[in-house]
Design a protein around this ligand. Structure first.
Ligand code: NAD
Ligand SMILES: O=C(O)C(=O)C[C@@H](O)[C@H](O)[C@H](O)COP(=O)(O)O
Ligand code: ZN
Length: 367
């Protein structure tokens, strides 16, 4: 077994990457915690209950709560159910929440921890690639509403993040690959070595045992940790982590969350690369590189061509918008993110034409 890697997030907490890390959980919860609620998705019932049992054996008063799989978990109803569980069990400000699952569970559990008694401790144990490299790190928490994605939330950093790579072996391949979209995002906005590693052997980057996977995870976490340590509340720099998300979130909403987040962000990155090209800001070669890298991993790079009015409506609710002005994170080059503010509506639609296809969506299916 190799030594775990520890990546500090601004000196506030560590993201630990390795195997067999659960023994670290009690230490992260710290002194004074009496009650712990372990929140897990339906698909990880055995894992969630095992974590609960381990904590009980360590002397904690440990509870477990199961939530729906995937995006269905990120609702006000599920959050209210969890507030009820915490209330019934008498959770106080010195108690804690542990999230065991993908990004949907860490977003939901983080939000519940942020809002219970105005904030209790949360530790994340991400079990998807996307959760490890992105959702569990940085303290953005949230749920969806009928009007859109992540519209309600809070910034609430965790006390620690344990990325046990062994959990990835049971993750369906399409979910693993969806997580790679966020890794590639980090490559385009900040760390070109990520792109080179994928380009050298794309197949090896599509499964948990692949040779470059651990380095890819560590590099992506380092990019995210470096950004959020400087700008937790997204006053400016943090927006770069939203590369590809304006269009990606719109696809997710229009498709009623039947697309995985990473698949939608993949198309969203191609959309915004085309937008930057049409605005005269990005070279053809970098746009082509987006398509080549994402396709080599099996990620979608196009979307159906008959959804423009609904996509545009959804994009207007993006958190980067200011008043009626849409704002996009774009690239001037690889590793040089900047903003495009209030682009001409004709340009927005022209970029849509560049990612449109006639047939049905090619998102990674839910399986
Ligand atoms: N807060 C942030 O900074 C941030 C960053 C990126 C994404 N996100 C959010 O994360 C969510 C996407 O996360 P995701 O891609 O992890 O999806 P997910 O949480 O829906 O997990 C994907 C599926 O895999 C299952 N699963 C999880 N771990 C498993 C394992 N080890 N073995 C087998 N099955 C497993 C889940 O139950 C689910 O059905 C989106 O809601 C997105 O908005 C948040
Ligand atoms: O951490 C961030 O900041 C990000 O933007 C990371 C994104 O990958 C993530 O999907 C995030 O949840 C998007 O946030 P939102 O503010 O656009 O809802
Ligand atoms: Zn994302």
């Amino acid at each position: 077994m190799t030594e775990p890697t520890r990546i500090s997030v601004g000196g506030d907490y560590d993201v630990v990457i390795g195997t067999g890390l659960l023994a670290e959980l009690p230490g992260l919860l710290g002194e004074g915690v009496e009650r712990v609620l372990v929140i897990h998705p339906r698909a990880l019932r055995a894992t969630g209950e095992a974590v609960r049992d381990d904590l009980a054996a360590e002397g904690f008063s440990a509870f477990v709560a199961e939530v729906p799989d995937a995006e269905e978990a990120k609702s006000a109803e599920v959050a209210a159910f969890l507030w009820g569980v915490l209330g019934q069990a008498g959770f106080t400000r010195s108690d804690a929440v542990v999230a065991v699952g993908g990004g949907t569970v860490t977003d939901l559990a983080g939000f519940v921890a942020a809002t219970w008694l105005r904030g209790v401790k949360v530790v994340h144990v991400p079990t998807t690639l996307l959760g490890m490299v992105d959702a569990a790190v940085g303290g953005k928490t949230g749920i969806n509403t009928a009007e859109g994605k992540n519209l309600v939330g809070a910034f609430h950093p965790p006390a620690g993040v344990l990325c046990d790579l062994a959990t990835l072996t049971t993750l369906p391949k399409h979910d693993f690959v969806a997580g790679m979209a966020e890794v590639v995002k980090c490559g385009f906005i900040a760390d070109p070595r990520i792109l080179e590693l994928v380009e050298a052997d794309p197949q090896a980057a599509t499964h948990a045992e692949g040779a470059p996977v651990r380095e890819l995870i560590e590099r992506a976490v380092s990019v995210k940790a470096g950004v959020v340590a400087q700008d937790l509340r997204e006053s400016s720099l943090r927006e770069i982590l939203n590369y590809g998300h304006t269009f990606g979130h719109a696809i997710e909403q229009v498709e009623r969350y039947s697309w995985r987040h990473g698949a939608a962000v993949s198309v969203g990155m191609v959309y915004v690369a085309e937008l930057a090209r049409l605005a005269g800001r990005l070279d053809d070669a970098v746009v082509d590189r987006h398509r080549a890298v994402l396709r080599s991993l099996g990620l979608p790079t196009a979307y159906r061509g008959d959804r423009w009015p609904r996509l545009l409506e959804a994009m207007k609710r993006d958190k980067k918008s200011r008043g009626s002005m849409l704002r996009f994170v774009i690239l001037d080059d690889v590793g040089r993110p900047t903003r495009l503010e209030g682009p001409d509506p004709a340009l927005l639609q022209a970029a849509y034409a560049e990612v449109s296809e006639d047939t049905v969506p090619r998102g990674i299916s839910l399986g």
